[in-house]
Design a protein around this ligand. Structure first.
Ligand SMILES: Nc1c(NC[C@H](O)[C@H](O)[C@H](O)CO)[nH]c(=O)[nH]c1=O
Ligand SMILES: CC(=O)[C@@H](O)COP(=O)(O)O
Length: 134
């Protein structure tokens, strides 16, 4: 059984909690399991939680679940771009898949609701990568 860790943003939790439920269901469908969950305040805060999961070494891959909604400034871009870059860096540093289940930037709340399936996509990619890199 493939073990997945999930790092979930509390920001926009109405959306990210749905992403988490979809991710759990899809993991089960693929005969994998989300065995660890760490909630973080927002997407920008994810890297340190991902690093802890990878350091603890109890999961085969980590999925990230978040939704970054556009405000009045380009702050949303900073949040996503930095998180995405660190997610890739951590995956390469630890040689384990860390997949991007984060919607945005440049997105309205409605568009975020329409993209909750990103959670499912993150699971799909993590499971495929674990199998293919074995
Ligand atoms: N605006 C959104 C944020 N912003 C918060 C940051 O991610 C972070 O928690 C804060 O800057 C403290 O370090 N986070 C989201 O996940 N989604 C948003 O729309
Ligand atoms: C990504 C955010 O934190 C965002 O909602 C901030 O909004 P603003 O650009 O109006 O500061």
């Amino acid at each position: 059984m493939i073990k997945l860790g999930a790092v979930v943003s509390e920001f926009n939790f109405d959306i990210t909690s749905m992403m988490l439920e979809l991710a759990k269901e899809h993991a089960k469908f693929l005969e994998a399991e989300i065995t660890e969950i760490i909630a973080v305040p927002g997407v920008y805060d994810m890297p340190i939680a991902i690093k802890k999961m990878l350091d603890d070494g109890n999961v085969d891959a980590v999925i990230t679940l978040g939704a970054v909604i556009e405000g009045d400034t380009e702050h949303d871009e900073i949040v996503v771009q930095h998180a995405a870059r660190k997610i890739t860096d951590l995956s390469l540093e630890y040689n384990k898949p860390v997949t991007l289940g984060i919607s945005g930037p440049g997105m309205t709340r409605l568009e975020a609701h329409q993209r909750v399936e990103y959670g499912k996509r993150a699971v799909e990619a993590a499971v495929k990568l674990v199998k293919r890199l074995q």
